[in-house]
Design a protein around this ligand. Structure first.
Ligand code: ARG
Length: 460
């Protein structure tokens, strides 16, 4: 045969070398190899079940494919330059192993439903792997929170000191974010878990295929309902990539805080030298490269999402070769997020909090001003009025270079007769935190309950 490709029959010449190189996707879809084989094994079993292969044929194919799976696992599978994509590579190898019987495997199937099956199997596994990595990061965060349970720090709004909070409360905010990420990914699983085999090239088949059978073998709770949609749908990739983009948002937010807080100006954090690098020019530098890189790699993940959406936009039904371009951005985004989650967990476990600097910082910036205003509100002063009074107190204290707790009762009484000795109980960062009452606040007893809840949730 002049043109030995899967689809060579109709052609009177080989593809131009440049065209072949341009359309080859093996470098990218190679990672789907094991899913491709597993999917093919299920397909062969279905063909036998449907009476389209006899027992001997199906056995031959399944044994051949299982051997290929072993070769892939051991790394002894040899890819050929002529392998156009992972499907052709596996089928070529099957021919080498079992001869012409290999030709029956593609009965009732097209690479159009095959590729999306591989992708769905891959994404299903990916969600599992992400689940584990997110948990690992959450556990590292929890270790951090438990290491400094009583440490009080400033909360920031507009990056200005706002109110005192527990450091552990700040940590728990990130546990919440990553939990939502995990929840979103498991929600997406419902739409990932739909078996596309049987859709064929896009319009189904005249053969008595049994898609429910392959679906069951591969653990899919549902099969497709429209063959055109089955081969064209990449919504599940978009959805998961959008979820990854949000993971990246959360990663970059915590990394930004870590970068900022390890600067001399804040000096809250001391990131272990193992995760920092020096400067080739400035001998004194110790740079927080890992959090910076995680923050920086967010661009790649967002870019992947836009790239995928753009590939899909305006695509006519059903399969178009454009869809081959769904993989590279998705895979790099997935790899980036997996790696980032993993390394950030290690960095966190090796980052010390400078208790002294944090505590000192919590005593500056009039973090207890709001508590002083609420003191007056409890004495029936309208909040707006209390706000105005305390504003004036702060202005006065700042001019005196004093903290609110350093003002005498007589001085306070100049601003409102309602101030009394009990004012001392609401001032200072530690008192402020202790006096929080509302659900979800930084009240130490509530935070302790949250820590317990997370410890239980994250226990294997
Ligand atoms: N490599 C292709 C992809 O990733 C597989 C499907 C090819 N189908 C086709 N009709 N050429 O989408």
């Amino acid at each position: 045969m002049e043109n030995k490709r899967l689809w060579g029959g109709r052609f009177d010449r080989k593809p131009a070398q440049a065209a072949e190189a341009f359309s080859n996707s093996l470098d990218v879809d190679r990672r789907l190899a094991e899913y491709d084989v597993v999917g093919s094994i299920a397909h062969a079993k279905m063909l036998e079940h449907a009476g389209l292969l006899n027992g001997t044929e199906s056995k031959k194919i399944v044994v051949g494919l299982s051997e290929i799976k072993t070769e892939l696992e051991k790394g002894t599978f040899v890819f050929e330059p002529s392998d156009e994509d992972i499907h052709t590579a596996v089928e070529r190898r099957l021919y080498e192993k079992i001869g012409d019987s290999a030709g029956k495997l593609h009965t009732g199937r097209s690479r159009n439903d095959q590729i999306v099956l591989d992708e769905r199997l891959y994404v299903r596994d990916l969600i599992n792997r992400l689940d584990i990595k997110i948990k690992t990061l959450q556990k590292a965060l929890l270790v951090w929170a438990k290491e400094y349970p009583d440490l009080v720090m400033p909360a920031f709004t507009h990056l200005q000191h706002s109110q005192p909070i527990l450091f552990s409360h700040w940590v728990l905010a990130y546990l919440e974010m990553f939990q939502r990420d995990q929840d979103r990914l498991s929600d997406a699983l419902v739409r990932v878990n739909v078996a596309p085999l049987g859709a064929g090239a896009g319009a189904g088949s005249s053969l008595p295929l049994k898609p429910e059978y392959t679906a069951k073998l591969l653990g899919f709770p549902k099969i497709f309902t429209n063959s055109l949609d089955a081969v064209s749908d990449r919504d599940f990739l978009v959805e998961v990539l959008a979820d990854l983009a949000l993971v990246s948002v959360h990663l970059s937010r915590i990394c930004e805080e870590m970068v900022l807080w390890s600067s001399a100006e804040f000096n809250y954090l001391d990131i272990s030298a193992e995760y920092c690098t020096g400067s080739s020019a400035l001998p004194q530098k110790k740079n927080p490269d890992i959090p910076e890189l995680i923050r920086g790699k967010t661009g790649l993940v967002f870019g992947g999402l836009i790239s995928l959406l753009t590939t899909l936009k305006g695509l006519p039904l059903s399969y178009n070769r454009d869809l081959q371009e769904d993989k590279a951005p998705f895979f790099s985004a997935a790899d980036t997020v997996l790696d980032s989650l993993e390394i950030l967990a290690s960095v966190i476990l090796k980052t010390k909090v400078n208790i002294g600097a944090v505590e000192k910082s919590a005593e500056t910036g009039y973090l207890d001003a709001f508590d002083l205003a609420e003191f007056l509100v409890k004495k029936n002063v309208p909040f707006r009025e209390a706000h105005r009074i305390v504003g004036a107190v702060v202005k006065y204290a700042a001019a005196q270079k004093k903290k609110l707790s350093e003002l005498s009762l007589a001085q306070l009484k100049e601003f409102s007769k309602l101030f009394d000795r009990k004012v001392a109980d609401v001032l200072s960062a530690k008192n402020s935190v202790r006096n929080r009452k509302t659900a979800g606040s930084t009240n130490p007893a509530l935070v302790a309950l949250q820590l317990q809840k997370w410890a239980k949730l994250l226990k294997e």
